[in-house]
Write a protein that binds this ligand. Sequence first.
Ligand SMILES: [Ca+2]
Length: 116
Amino acid sequence: MKKTLRRAAGASALGILFTLAAVPGVAQAATTKCAYDGNDRACATNNNNYTSSLEVCDNEDDGRNVTAWFGLSDGIQTYLTDSYGGGCKSSSRNIRVAWFVVAEQGGKDSPTVYMY
Ligand SMILES: [Ca+2]
């Protein structure tokens, strides 16, 4: 019993440490937006330090890949393609995402998502 209590106290002390350590992260608040095409999706996250994360997920086992096109804030476009299974495709950039669209192979583009 004593041992369990001590372990629990240790865990909560760790929890406090993590909470305190996370506080500076508030200044790094990120903006994440996603677009969906059925169950398929693409997301972009812009971080306050002007980096970004891109992700596309083919969640439909229908033989059609899913591609997202991302417009970066310098005007350059890039894309990511995912095929069903094995998790999502992701990438990061040292620049923010301005907009993106997602579409399934042979399908229509989603409405454009503007990040800011
Ligand atoms: Ca698919």
